[in-house]
Design a protein around this ligand. Structure first.
Ligand code: CP
Ligand code: NVA
Length: 304
């Protein structure tokens, strides 16, 4: 049975710790100039129904560095875009390649794909979750501050796919998550209910950020919500992260954003240049964390 990664709950906390550890080791090897090709001749299919810079480049570069290759499949040019059922596509790709990553709208699409796939399926972002980004975020925190277990993380902004993955991360990695979002933009109620002892929902960024070790935000209008931009800008006024707001967090607090960022909206013009911002390292870690994930899903644990 293939292992999938549709949400962070598909790996055990122990497996997630292992993947973060491997990501750090794989990164060190790459930086030292070592050639490591555990996926020689393996092929990853990359299905994109939404735009991407980081996700596409990190998966494709990762497969190349590992000695394998990746095929970019846009829904515009494949039969998926002309209505070929997901169930059929999953079975066809399973005959030809070794793993698939999918970026799409409806989370049920990746679930259906995985149900019919005999090769690992990775969620590369849906409307509900973005688990790959959390691997990179946790790796970045661990590199800079050590274990995230027992820490306080503040999520400020929309109760969106990233926020949902932070809720799952609070559960799997053992931290407390303060969520500040305006009324009407809360995360999914069932997810909050299932994690009520690890999250605190508040209505002001100040309350969420107070004493946080990590502050995270994201765009106010996600992909697919472009027409709500003006309405959302009004609803989220007052939720902008700035260096001044960061001063109310713990003294060694870090700032992360999955990117792309909108300066002047969810962050001030100068936030990404603040010394507490680690967004470039965070973006770079998409490469290393996903290489560790691919290695784990395709080959299993590597004995050191
Ligand atoms: N953070 C992230 O997933 O970026 P892309 O949309 O560029 O892939
Ligand atoms: N919430 C954003 C994340 C982009 C990486 C979106 O879904 O567009």
């Amino acid at each position: 049975m293939a292992r999938h990664f549709l949400t962070l709950l598909d790996l055990t906390p122990d497996e997630l710790d292992y993947v973060i550890d491997r990501a750090i080791t794989i990164k060190k090897g790459l930086k030292a100039g070592e050639i490591y090709e555990p996926l020689k001749n393996k092929v990853l299919g990359m299905i994109f129904e939404k735009s991407s810079t980081r996700t596409r480049v990190s998966f494709e570069a990762g497969m190349t560095q590992f000695g394998g290759s990746a095929i970019f499949l846009s829904s515009r040019d494949t039969q998926l875009g002309r209505g070929e059922p997901v169930e059929d596509s999953a079975r066809v790709l399973s005959e030809m390649i070794d793993a698939v990553m999918i970026r799409t709208f409806d989370h049920a699409t990746v679930e259906r794909f995985a149900e019919y796939s005999s090769i690992p399926v990775i969620n590369a972002l849906t409307d509900d979750y973005h688990p790959c980004q959390l691997l990179a975020d946790v790796q970045t925190f661990v590199e800079l501050r050590g274990s995230i277990k027992g820490k306080t993380v503040a999520w400020v902004g929309d109760g969106n796919n990233m926020c949902h993955s932070y809720i799952n991360a609070a559960r799997q990695f053992g931290f407390h998550l303060n969520i500040a979002c305006p009324e009407g933009f809360d995360p999914m109620p069932e997810l909050m209910e299932a994690n009520k002892e690890r999250i605190t929902l508040v209505r002001t960024p100040e309350e969420a950020i107070k004493d946080a070790h990590l502050v995270v935000t994201d765009v106010w209008a996600s992909m697919g919500q472009e027409e709500e931009q003006a309405e959302r800008e009004k609803a989220f006024a007052g939720y902008q992260i700035s260096p001044a707001l960061m001063n109310t967090a713990a003294s060694d607090a870090l700032f992360m954003h999955c990117l792309p960022a909108h300066r002047g909206e969810e962050i001030s013009e100068d936030m990404l240049d603040d010394e507490r911002s680690v967004v470039w390292q965070e973006a770079g870690n998409r490469l290393h964390a996903q290489k560790a994930l691919l290695e784990f899903l395709i080959l299993g644990r590597i004995e050191n």
